[in-house]
Write a protein that binds this ligand. Structure first.
Ligand SMILES: Cc1cc2nc3c(=O)[nH]c(=O)nc-3n(C[C@H](O)[C@H](O)[C@H](O)COP(=O)(O)OP(=O)(O)OC[C@H]3O[C@@H](n4cnc5c(N)ncnc54)[C@H](O)[C@@H]3O)c2cc1C
Ligand code: SF4
Length: 335
């Protein structure tokens, strides 16, 4: 690990001033991703601004219409705490399930909401400082495309990068229309979660819309009529401690046999948390049948392009969308 300076920030103002004043500084949440990458010489911060004790740890109810209240979740809330929160389990089961499907109990006790959103890709060549990787070193090439890319993306890719976004929680939040609040010395702004992460294009090293000196302070999830009937289904190589090959976050409301409302987002298959707008458009108002589910899944995956080692994900994603919607139609949501 390279030498770095350390600043302990007890509050948001100290933290945003510290990252604004120290070029090359990085925020330290739970440290479960950042510290690993520093050990691997992939991340090289000049200064670590430790925000782990900043009191952004509330999970608070937001006013909502017709009794559908939302939630404001502090950026330093630990993943395990959020997954166990009664309001999350009852109103947003998809979020509780996504959190519990990630990492391990010990890691979830450390990992924070802000850090989870900004965790870096698990692409094997990104974490190998000796490999060619446009994301880690712009212009150096991409060893994954001609190499081992079983875990990489089939949606939103470019010729410069095919890395999959690794977060489970972010996929659930994408389906739930969450909004991210960020703060810097210039003030506060809000970014819809689906716009926080960028597609790689020809600048895969620019992963989000955040400026280097911006701190995530909270995530807000609006009240919803459909979120209580929601599920997260994760397909992976082993039952725990594995990233998604494919995941589906979905919420479904069926009335008189037709889809009254639906939300779908995909993980494991895309370069960012992927809201399945095309599938939702086709499904809304359609009969809630296996045939409609399949047609919508096919339309959503129509633009997918796989590589020899990961094109199996395209059919797997279609089937996982259908299976998740079927499960919701038959059994409803569950926390
Ligand atoms: C073995 C292993 C298995 C895992 N499996 C899964 C899995 O299956 N699914 C899954 O989703 N995740 C998985 N993870 C990843 C884990 O969820 C992340 O490491 C964790 O969520 C990161 O949170 P953190 O608070 O520790 O982030 P940190 O490591 O502290 O930070 C990560 C990044 O976010 C930045 N950051 C942190 N907080 C803020 C903030 N408030 N504002 C702005 N920037 C910030 C940091 O500067 C850094 O760049 C796994 C991790 C490990 C080690
Ligand atoms: S897929 Fe992206 S992260 Fe992986 S090696 Fe290629 S450029 Fe790097």
């Amino acid at each position: 690990m390279r030498p770095f300076a350390y600043v302990s920030a007890p509050d948001v103002d100290t933290a945003v001033r510290a990252i604004a004043e120290q070029p090359g500084a990085k925020l330290l949440g739970g440290g479960t991703n950042l510290v690993d990458l520093m050990r691997q010489d992939v991340e090289r911060p000049t200064t670590l601004v430790d925000i782990s004790t900043v009191p952004l740890t509330g999970v608070d109810e937001l006013p909502g219409r017709n009794g559908h209240h939302g939630l404001r979740i502090g950026a330093l809330v630990r993943n395990s705490h959020l997954a166990a929160h009664p309001l999350v389990r009852t109103r947003y089961p998809v979020l509780a399930q996504a959190l519990l499907s990630g990492a391990s109990g010990q890691l979830r006790n450390m990992a924070t909401v802000g850090g989870n959103l900004l965790q870096r890709t698990r692409c094997l060549y990104f974490v190998d400082a000796t490999a060619a990787c446009n994301k880690r070193e712009p212009g150096s090439g991409c060893d994954a495309i001609g190499g081992f890319h079983r875990g990489n993306a089939v949606l939103g890719t470019s010729e410069h990068c095919v890395a999959a976004h690794p977060s489970d929680m972010a996929v659930a939040l994408a389906a739930l229309d969450a909004v991210v609040e960020v703060q810097s010395v210039r003030g506060t702004r809000r970014i819809p979660l689906v716009e926080l992460h960028r597609l790689p294009g020809d600048t895969p090293h620019r992963e989000t819309e955040l400026e280097p000196d911006e701190l995530i302070t909270a995530v807000e999830v609006p009240g919803s009529t459909v979120a209580a009937t929601s599920r997260y289904r994760k397909v992976r190589d082993r039952a725990s401690f594995a990233f998604a090959l494919v995941s589906v976050a979905a919420a479904l409301d069926v009335s008189d046999g037709a889809v009254a409302a639906v939300r779908i987002a995909l993980g494991g298959v895309a370069t960012k948390p992927w809201r399945a707008y095309e599938a939702e458009r086709l499904l809304t108002g359609a009969p809630a049948t296996e045939a409609s589910f399949r047609e919508a899944a096919e339309a959503e995956l129509a633009a997918a392009t796989g590589l020899p080692g990961n094109d199996f994900k395209i059919e797997l994603a279609r089937r996982t969308i259908v299976a998740t919607l079927r499960e919701l139609r038959v059994s409803g949501g569950a926390a």
